[in-house]
Design a protein around this ligand. Structure first.
Ligand code: ATP
Ligand code: MG
Length: 392
């Protein structure tokens, strides 16, 4: 008799034609996530089983609850299809539960098993009533006992850990997330991962105007998002020279617009070099001057790469709620300055004109500066160790 983890797939069960690919990607992601443990994985088109040392079973189940493509995770007991063995296992399991009311739900996938589902519910219900002080409640039971009788054995469980849903990361190819130290962009990254996009992060820093703490904060945020992926890297762009050139050459009210046009140019070029097909960011319509739809349009016109803005139409409170749920909020609100705020003009333009941007950008050789920036990008790959707290 053994305890094992049973995984029920998430949304991928609805995508029949792509099912094989989805499951393969999920298996790959799980292998990546739990490679430090010894385990065996076994799967078919509707479910997956992970057999591991009982000592680690809860730990592994918890890790699995974070990754995408999983509807639910169940720690279940497996016995053979012998009725006496099933009964004695059920008595043992139920003796560890505290409940007043219960319901039994049997699924008989093995049609050679001689007792039908409904009848078996009664047999087991009677057994529990006889041995424990309790009542049946089919509508709102304290304990729901699942029995699944399948050709390979009988699976018994009482609880289900909710999975994160979504698609397995990687199923949608790669995207480059513009990750700042704010609240919005980590949430945007999480939502893109949930749709199956494998993300890399791009962070623009401007030392000495921005601090090492600001950079470490972004790395910490990336390491939190990485718990939902396992494959996140951070690419740090040295942005100081471009920002200083903008400061020197452009009208103050256009500085932010032009800075963001430069960010998009760099992101587009670098994303292509890294095999990314889209850019993701945390822009939210109307949030600040650079995020009015006129600003967005003028900024967006420097690229023809699709830009995905997962939080574009959420309000700040909705974004904060997700940030709290995914564990990025506490880090996001640490007070280190971002490059967007250091040269912030008093009156940034709300309705920028494209011609004015083009005119101002002619005053310095931004192409050369962009190439230099890209050539000096620092890549941070090891994010498994999420202990950056002492650096902040
Ligand atoms: P906040 O939560 O304070 O709004 P934010 O990260 O959304 O923080 P914004 O100034 O609103 O900051 O910037 C809009 C988007 O532009 C960000 O969500 C992020 O995707 C991108 N961005 C801003 N600054 C940087 C940066 N230094 N590096 C990378 N991306 C950035
Ligand atoms: Mg924002």
């Amino acid at each position: 008799m053994e305890r094992l983890i049973l995984i029920k797939y998430g949304e991928l069960t609805t995508k029949k034609e792509n099912r094989k690919m989805f499951i393969k990607m999920l298996v790959k992601n799980i292998n990546n996530l739990i490679s430090d443990y010894e385990y065996e994985i076994d799967y078919d088109r509707v479910r997956m089983y992970i057999n591991c040392d009982n000592k680690y079973i809860d730990e592994i189940a918890k890790k699995l609850s974070k990754i995408f493509g999983i509807h639910s995770i169940v720690i279940c007991h497996k016995v053979d299809n012998n009725i006496d063995n099933i009964k004695s296992k059920i008595l043992e399991i139920v003796s560890h539960e505290s409940f007043n009311t219960f319901k039994v739900e049997t699924k008989r996938a093995d049609k050679t098993f001689e007792i039908h589902s409904q009848e078996f519910n009664h047999v087991i219900g009677g057994l529990i009533l006889k041995n424990f002080d309790c009542k049946v409640d089919v509508h709102n039971p304290d304990m729901l006992l699942h029995i699944e009788i399948r050709p390979e054995g009988t699976f018994i469980y009482t609880n289900e850990l909710k999975g994160s849903g979504g698609y397995p990361v990687g199923i949608q190819g790669k995207g480059m997330l513009m990750l700042s130290g704010g609240i919005d962009s980590p949430v945007a990254g999480y939502l893109a991962l949930k749709r199956g996009v494998d993300i890399d992060c791009l962070y623009f820093e401007s030392p000495p105007h921005t601090s090492l703490e600001a950079k470490n904060k972004v790395i910490k945020l990336a390491s939190i998002i990485n718990e939902y992926s396992g494959n996140v890297k951070v690419h740090v762009v040295p942005f100081t020279e471009i920002q200083e050139a903008i400061y020197k050459n452009c009208p103050p009210n256009y500085m932010i617009t032009i800075m963001r046009r430069m960010m998009y140019r760099i992101a587009t070029k670098y994303a292509k070099m890294r095999g990314c097909e889209i850019i993701i960011n945390g822009e939210s319509v109307g949030q600040v001057a650079s995020q009015t739809i006129t600003s967005m349009s003028v900024i967006n016109s420097v690229t023809n790469m699709p830009i995905i803005r997962p939080v574009a139409c959420l309000d700040k409170l909705e974004i904060i709620k997700i940030a709290e749920k995914i564990g990025t909020y506490e880090t996001s609100i640490l007070p280190f300055e971002d490059c967007c705020t250091i040269f912030l003009p008093r009156h940034p333009v709300i309705n920028p004109k494209l011609e004015k941007c083009i005119e101002a950008e002619k005053r310095f050789d931004y192409e050369a500066l962009i190439d230099k920036c890209i050539a000096n990008i620092e890549v941070i790959k090891k994010l498994e160790n999420d202990n950056y707290d002492d650096l902040l």
